[in-house]
Every structure is written in structure tokens, then in C-alpha cells.
Ligand binder design. Structure first.
Ligand SMILES: [Mg+2]
Length: 349
């Protein structure tokens, strides 16, 4: 159980880094994404320059503006960040199908074959080549340690924690660094004289278990570097779709096609995000008398292209859906999904 197979990738000051990359004027400046300096909203991400002023995520923008009056406040541009996130996930999938996304800029990966340390280095390098953004990457034999590793040398860090390192690194850590120890638990532990992992390891475990039960059990295990939680791939879906009830019942093909166009793009985005392709495209129609019909087609080759989704669905609509009565709902669904599971063969040259 101590094979190095788990990788944690965490982008550095993600939103702020994207903005700094895209506008040279923001480079090396204290940039704050989210809210505005007039005191509304909270900080989503602060650039490292802004962090030097003590600014951090979830702080009110008002406070941030007080700490750093020259800070540049920018609105959250989620579409842009999502787009970068997609590119990063596409890189992950080149190396392993076992990906557990934690947030838009953070994921656990498990590598079953090949050298995880080497693969992690390549992923970090690929991310930079592809996006000009830096990631901090940690490699270890479980999730807790991999995340701890990625956090150790931020930004642009690369850290491996081996079983031998655990004995050296963990005891020195403040207890707050352990998973699940928030402000409240930290206080409780401090109150009984536990400030570091070493303090906890040397404490009377019987006492802790008696008073805290399962929570203490997990805490003690983590302090010993033990974590059995698996890297969990998102649940596989069998189909995905979009549908809408029209504002006004219609038999107008052009109106209906417009919906299919929007649905095609949305579904294509979702498939691309998950690395999925589909083989079956189905159009669903509900007439104004609530009768529902579905008509589908299966392609020879799986696709995630919005153009192909649109072409086939609008053909189905024109040729196979009788517009005998006004339509009150239109939907588009894809199924027969193809997942990127076949392990990618990686050759080291
Ligand atoms: Mg991050």
C-alpha cells in the first residue's frame, strides 16, 4: 500500500494566474479576482503578489482593499477558467483514466501503470506548455499525502512524499495541516496541549479514542500517514441531454432548430469536459396534447462535435418528426456513450 501511485494537481492562484497571463499589465501585480473594491463580495482568488499583503480567498473585498489599496480587482470570468480547466483535464486523460476532480483547478489522479513520479512531471510540464499556467504537483501513496505534498512548495512546486519521508515530514507539521482539522478542532486540540502531529502521536490515544471515537481514529491514522480513501472516478452516466418547454407552442422548424443548436453546443461541452463521446443522438418532442415522441439515430463513429450533433438532430427533426400539431417541448439527448477508459499506453523514450 505504499507504492507511489497517487498524484495531486493544484493550479497556483488559478483565476488570478489566468488573468495575469492574459493581460501583461497585471503581471507581477496584486490581482484580486472576485467582487469589487467598494466592499461588495469576497475574494475568489488572490495573486501571490496580493497574498503578500495578507489577502486570501473568502476574505471580504472591503478588507482586501484596506490591506492593499493598489490591488487590481477583476470580475470572475468563469467561462474562461472553465476553458482552461478543460484543457488541463484533457492532459490528465492522456495519462490516466482515474481522475477525481475536487474543484475547477484541483484533482487527484491515480496511476496504475508506469512511474507515477515521471508521469506527474510530464503532466506538470504539459500543463505549462499548453496553458502557460503553473501547477503545484504532489505524488505519494495516498490522497492525503499527495495533497500535503502539492501544498509543500507552492507555487510551481513538485514534491514527492515516500514512506521514508513520512517519518521525517509529518511529526513537524502543525496539527491544522491534517485533513479535517479546521479552526474548531484545532482549538480543541490546542486546549489539550496538541499543537503538532508529534504532539498528537505522543498523546494518550486511549484517551482520544474514548472522547472522540471515530474522529480520533481517523486523525491518528492520518498523523501516521495512513489514508485508505480511494481516488474516485466520477459516476458514469449512461446518457445526457437538454430539453426545454417552449414559451409558446410552435410548428416553426426554424425556431425548433435554434433550440437544437443551443442544446448541441451545451451537450458537446459537457461531453468534452468529461472526455466522453456519444454514438446515439435522439430528439424528443412533446406536442401540445402532451403526446411525446422520440426519434434517434446511431452513428458509425462516436462524436462530441456540436456540429455533428446539430446536423443529425436537425435532420431528424425535419425528416422524422411530423409537425402535425404544435410542439410544446423539445429536447436533445445523447447516449451510447464512449468513455476514455482504455488505458493509454505511455512509452518513455
Ligand atoms: Mg489552486
Amino acid at each position: 500500500m505504499t507504492e507511489l501511485r497517487v498524484i495531486h494537481v493544484d493550479m497556483d492562484a488559478f483565476y488570478a494566474a489566468v488573468e495575469q497571463r492574459d493581460n501583461p499589465l497585471y503581471k507581477d501585480k496584486p490581482v484580486i479576482v472576485g467582487g469589487d473594491p467598494n466592499g461588495r463580495g469576497v475574494v475568489s482568488t488572490a495573486s501571490y503578489e496580493a497574498r503578500k499583503f495578507g489577502i486570501h480567498s473568502a476574505m471580504s473585498c472591503k478588507r482586501a482593499a484596506e490591506l492593499c489599496p493598489v490591488a487590481i480587482f477583476l470580475p470572475v470570468n468563469m467561462d474562461k477558467y472553465k476553458n482552461e480547466s478543460r484543457k488541463i483535464h484533457a492532459i490528465f486523460r492522456k495519462y490516466t483514466p482515474i481522475i477525481e476532480p475536487i474543484s475547477i483547478d484541483e484533482a487527484f489522479l491515480e496511476v496504475k501503470e508506469g512511474n507515477a513520479v515521471e508521469i506527474a512531471r510530464r503532466i506538470k510540464e504539459d500543463i505549462y506548455q499548453c496553458t502557460r499556467l503553473t501547477a503545484s504537483v504532489g505524488v505519494s501513496y495516498n490522497k492525503f499525502l499527495a495533497k500535503l505534498a502539492s501544498d509543500m512548495k507552492k507555487p510551481d512546486g513538485f514534491t514527492v512524499i515516500t514512506p521514508d519521508d513520512v517519518q521525517r515530514i509529518l511529526p513537524e507539521l502543525p496539527i491544522r495541516k491534517i485533513w479535517g482539522v479546521g479552526e474548531k478542532t484545532e482549538k480543541e486540540l490546542n486546549n489539550i496541549g496538541i499543537f503538532t502531529v508529534r504532539d498528537l502521536l505522543q498523546y494518550d490515544h486511549e484517551f482520544l479514542l474514548r472522547n472522540w471515537g471515530r474522529r480520533a481514529h481517523e486523525l491518528i491514522q492520518l498523523c501516521q500517514g495512513i489514508d485508505y480513501s480511494p481516488v474516485q472516478v466520477e459516476q458514469e452516466v449512461k446518457s445526457m441531454g437538454e430539453e426545454t418547454t417552449l414559451e409558446e407552442d410552435t410548428r416553426d422548424l426554424n425556431v425548433l432548430r435554434k433550440y437544437l443548436k443551443v442544446f448541441s453546443q451545451a451537450i458537446s461541452d459537457r461531453m468534452y469536459n468529461k472526455g466522453i463521446k456519444c454514438r446515439t443522438i435522439t430528439v424528443k418532442i412533446k406536442y401540445n396534447d402532451f403526446k411525446v415522441i422520440t426519434r434517434g439515430t446511431t452513428l458509425d463513429r462516436a462524436t462530441d462535435s456540436p456540429h455533428i450533433l446539430y446536423k443529425y438532430s436537425s435532420d431528424i427533426l425535419s425528416c422524422r418528426v411530423p409537425l402535425i400539431k404544435p410542439i410544446r417541448l423539445i429536447g436533445l439527448q445523447v447516449s451510447n456513450l464512449v468513455y476514455p477508459h482504455d488505458p493509454v499506453q505511455i512509452t518513455f523514450l
